[in-house]
Design a protein around this ligand. Sequence first.
Ligand SMILES: C[S@@+](CC[C@H](N)C(=O)[O-])C[C@H]1O[C@@H](n2cnc3c(N)ncnc32)[C@H](O)[C@@H]1O
Length: 259
Amino acid sequence: MSTKSCETNLDEGVLHNSEWVHRWAVGNTAFHRPIPDKFLDANEESMFDGKIKSLFLPLCGKTPDITWMYNKGHTVCGVEIAEQPIKEYFEENKIDYETEQVENVGTLYKSKDGRLKLYVADLFDLSVSLCGQFDIIWDSKSLVAINLADRELYKDLMLSLLKPGGQYYLAVLEYDPKCWPGPPHTVPDDVVKHLYSTSCKIDLVEEAERSGQNINEVKKDNDASSDKEAPKPALSSAGAAIKTSAYVFDRWYKMVLNE
Ligand SMILES: C[S@@+](CC[C@H](N)C(=O)[O-])C[C@H]1O[C@@H](n2cnc3c(N)ncnc32)[C@H](O)[C@@H]1O
């Protein structure tokens, strides 16, 4: 069983599993995108080199990235704490599936052809003995969603699930943490290096600064609506809060695990 433990504390950016399940139930899932990440098409050649590979997606939700990979013939394994998106994933994509109870872990949903396996489980209850090792880890909106206290445990688990020489694609964002406690948590470059540089060769492959989304823009809007005291921006969501950061960077890293 998982060795991590925490209670939800939104003020400190700590989310318990039950809070994530609740978010899916009430549709508080702004992180979900209806189309595959464009990084996949743009980097297909360097990721796959024309070969069929095995991929692991931590904290997968029902991302269409799964479909992109599965439809290209790859073997895909993911894990998600909420059952709702996993069931919806198979049904919305009309993929025949069966389920299996995995003792002390959760429920495994797998396609009839065996190439797609999605666990409804706590990520931290997976292990290399259960899942084996993968050619590629696809970490999109996953590390950034992990409670800070669990980062080291997360990194160790990810690296154990990767074959020697395997590729780890990591998408993160960096913003002023004073604006929002997370998730998504800010993950600056030095944190990526601190976590992974002893085990992996790290390349920054994409970096984009979100323009027009900084605090000056928000202030301008507020000033226009009142010439007295500018109201504070409504920080009703992560997206709104992060927009108030003076800087927001999106980064993609490619990391290769030492042989
Ligand atoms: C920010 S979302 C990202 C989902 C997906 N990667 C995507 O790009 O749409 C994080 C997801 O992780 C799930 N999750 C959070 N903690 C988890 C855990 N400990 N084990 C498994 N899933 C978890 C949440 O339910 C949520 O669907």
